[in-house]
Design a protein. Structure first.
Length: 414
């Protein structure tokens, strides 16, 4: 492996790590302030302009917190801003998108079996789609529709589902899910950058100038902050989904994306209700669980055979898979479609070592990795990435049949 390859791998890892760190900081502060805001209690003794207060205990001490919905009478001596968590998360996220999906567009972004476009066109479509989401969302929030909270949320949900479908018509399944995360996260960061922070800066400037701040600025910022709160959980799912082929590489992946938005809203509704002392609607968890079961059904998830601690099945079970009348055809497909990367010395351009150190260059290796092959290339189309080796639907169907029959046989014998 060349020095540049080592550098590139560590650069990828470093940027992803930084993205996770900044995302934790942003999500943590966002969830805390929403919970704090919902838990505020209005009492008669509060200073003029204060809309509520709350007592909290943490770290061996008590905190007495008061919120001024618009602004206090005078400018505080010290003011802490919460904005760089959001900006840093978006910047590191876009850097990750560029390093993985733009630099590796042939494998991870563009699937010419879905839409035959050059990689540069895929990259341009990616960047344009991420930006246009904010433009549409901001227009809706400033329109007459914004007066109806539920109406606005329904329209936004329809737009998000439509985008999920559109992404699956252009990109690989993995990239489609990732882009739903980027699309949504861009709206969230743009809310902070273009609305929440600017409005707060105007309020601060008015206080310094001795003017009375406009209450509408605080109301608008609060609306955008609440939207961000409900969008956070789906974004986390989309970012993690790229590791799970049954989420991103099945025919109904765009429907799964839509259901994930509903699950995220339900879960946030539970916590928001609890923090605002309006009860604990446990029904939201029941509905979320049912929707998740629907997602599992949509992914046509297989009954998977258990693997040992090393991630491979035992030799005894592998022999059962090799005894299948379908094994020869399956092995030939895997050897022909996958072994250019999954071998000791990969010869596919840009691949310097077998992904995840999985070798599929002999019959026993194919049988030992039956479970992974079934998930990645049978039940889903995650592999080969962007179907670069043109695995046919018939080959995938045979992999599923081989796996199902072998699992059934292994279960009856072992």
């Amino acid at each position: 492996m060349t020095d540049f390859t080592i550098f590139w791998e560590w650069l990828n890892f470093g940027v992803r790590w930084l993205h996770v760190v900044t995302a934790i900081a942003w999500i943590g502060s966002s969830f805390y302030f929403i919970a704090l805001d919902l838990g505020l209690v209005h009492r008669p003794h509060l200073p003029e302009g204060a809309s509520g207060e709350e007592w909290q205990v943490h770290g061996g001490g008590f905190y007495h917190i008061q919120k001024y919905m618009v602004a206090p009478a005078t400018m505080p001596e010290h003011l802490t801003w919460f904005k760089w968590e959001s900006y840093s998360t978006w910047l590191t996220g876009f850097a990750t998108l560029a390093l993985v999906y733009y630099a590796g567009a042939d494998l991870y972004l563009v699937d010419r079996n879905v839409l035959d476009i050059p990689t540069w066109a895929g990259i341009l479509l990616s960047m344009a789609s991420i930006g246009v989401g904010w433009v549409i969302y901001d227009f809706l929030c400033k329109s007459a529709l914004s007066k109806s909270v539920n109406g606005l949320m329904v329209v936004l949900f329809v737009i998000l589902v439509a985008m999920a479908w559109a992404y699956t018509q252009v990109f690989t399944g993995r990239a489609a899910m990732l882009h739903m995360g980027a699309f949504t996260a861009t709206i969230m960061t743009a809310n902070v950058f273009f609305v929440i922070i600017p409005n707060q800066k105007i309020v601060v400037a008015d206080l310094i100038a001795g003017k009375k701040p406009d209450p509408a600025l605080g109301i608008q910022a609060k609306q955008r902050s609440l939207h961000n709160n409900y969008l956070t959980l789906p974004v986390i799912f989309f970012m993690l989904s790229t590791h799970y082929p049954l989420a991103f590489a099945t025919p109904h992946n765009w429907v799964i994306a839509g259901l994930i938005f509903l699950i995220g809203v339900l879960i946030r509704h539970f916590f928001n209700s609890m923090h605002s002392r309006k009860g604990r609607p446990y029904w939201t968890w029941a509905v979320a669980a049912m929707l998740f079961i629907v997602i599992m059904w949509l992914s046509t998830g297989p009954k998977l055979i258990s693997n040992d601690e090393e991630g491979q099945m035992t030799t005894a079970r592998a022999e059962i898979f090799m005894e299948s009348p379908h094994f020869r055809d399956v092995a030939d497909s895997v050897l022909g479609r996958c072994s250019m990367c999954h071998t000791a010395e990969p010869f596919y351009e840009g691949i310097h070592e077998a992904p995840k150190n999985v070798h599929l260059d002999n019959d026993l290796a194919v049988a030992m990795h039956a479970r992974e092959i079934a998930i990645q290339a049978g039940y889903s189309t995650a592999m080969p990435p962007a179907n670069v080796s043109f695995m046919e639907p018939e080959e995938r169907a045979l992999i599923v049949q081989w796996y199902r029959e072998s699992v059934a046989k292994a279960g009856s014998i072992l």
